[in-house]
Design a binder for this molecule. Structure first.
Ligand code: NAD
Length: 286
């Protein structure tokens, strides 16, 4: 392997240490403890793990946190009523509803119900629009985590050719915008892209977020490129693997994120950062 390993666990720990110090200072100054409410509907095991990890991270940093676990058959109106209460609760600065939701609940309605000031996932159209305009309140956690990793390793996207593979609302599209904001020349590739390797082979930075194990192979990557692997795929043997074929890509790339231990840990860290920002904004301590 010739690529440098971009260590998301280490970067994440460093940022969490900083957040812990900032949180202590904020509490001392304002008397207010940043608070996050996480809402989980149903019994999806992966979602339950994510929610537990978020709750634990809050405790480590010094936030107040609440987990609301609702049954699978929760009525949409009950969830919306809970969100309305959390919107008005001064102890709560950030609200996160773990997706996906059971099918009787309209995800869009849920996202629209959360106050934009408390929407620490940055999914509300008001926050998405602000990102489009470059005047954001919060950045969506996974793409923000990718940018923080690049910064930690001194990889400046300015003037670089960046290919984002995937165009979802939570990863691909905002990732492309954040790269553009940092002056990269950005191409978004997706399931209808014809001749994907012709794009990826020209890229200085490839961000892959397709949800297919080992999708991006070494022969698709330009020697010396930086590869950021957002994918989290569970293999039949239970192990996790990314969207990049680590063995072949790490022979060609100059730097690569592993899975696990790359982008994954950064997502929760950025959620913590957004929660602290929300609390600071609420206390006008920015
Ligand atoms: P998604 O299914 O919503 O989107 C996948 C995207 O991949 C689509 O836009 C589609 O156009 C594109 N795609 C599919 N097949 C393709 C092909 N053959 N060629 C080119 N593009 C293709 O997924 P998502 O929510 O964006 O997540 C993507 C991956 O990232 C998943 O593995 C998910 O688990 C992971 N993820 C990780 C984190 C994290 O914290 N690290 C957060 C969110 C998502």
């Amino acid at each position: 392997m010739s690529a440098i390993l971009i260590d998301g666990k280490k970067v994440s720990l460093d940022i969490r240490e900083r957040l812990k110090r900032e949180t202590e200072a904020f509490i001392t100054k304002t008397g207010v403890t940043p608070g996050l409410a996480v809402v989980l509907v149903g019994n999806d095991p992966a979602s339950a793990v994510y929610v537990r990890n978020k709750h634990r991270a809050c405790g480590e940093i010094g936030f107040y946190s609440e987990v609301h676990e609702l049954p699978e058959d929760t009525k949409e109106s009950d969830l919306l009523a809970l969100l309305a209460r959390l919107n008005d609760d001064p102890k709560i600065h950030g609200i996160l509803v773990q997706l996906p939701l059971p099918k009787q609940i309209n995800e869009e309605k849920v996202i629209l119900t959360i106050k934009p000031e408390k929407d620490v996932d940055a999914f509300h159209p008001a926050n998405v629009g602000r990102i489009m305009l470059g005047n954001y309140r919060f950045l969506p956690c996974t793409p923000a985590g990718v940018m923080a990793l690049l910064d930690a390793y001194g990889i400046d996207p300015s003037g670089k050719s960046c290919v984002v593979i995937g165009r979802s609302n939570i990863v691909g599209k905002p990732q492309a915008l954040l790269m553009l904001e940092r002056n990269a020349t950005v191409t978004i590739c997706h399931s209808r892209t014809v001749d994907l390797p012709s794009y990826t082979k020209r890229a200085d930075i490839v961000v892959v977020a397709v949800g297919k194990a080992r999708f991006l192979t070494g022969d698709m990557v330009r020697p010396g490129a930086v590869v950021i692997d957002v994918g989290i795929n569970r293999l039949p043997d239970g192990k996790l693997c990314g969207d990049a074929d680590f063995a072949s890509v790490s022979e060609v790339a100059s730097a690569i994120t592993p899975v696990p231990g790359g982008v994954g840990p950064m997502t929760i860290t950025m959620l913590m950062q957004n929660t602290l920002s929300a609390a600071k904004a609420a206390e006008k301590d920015e």
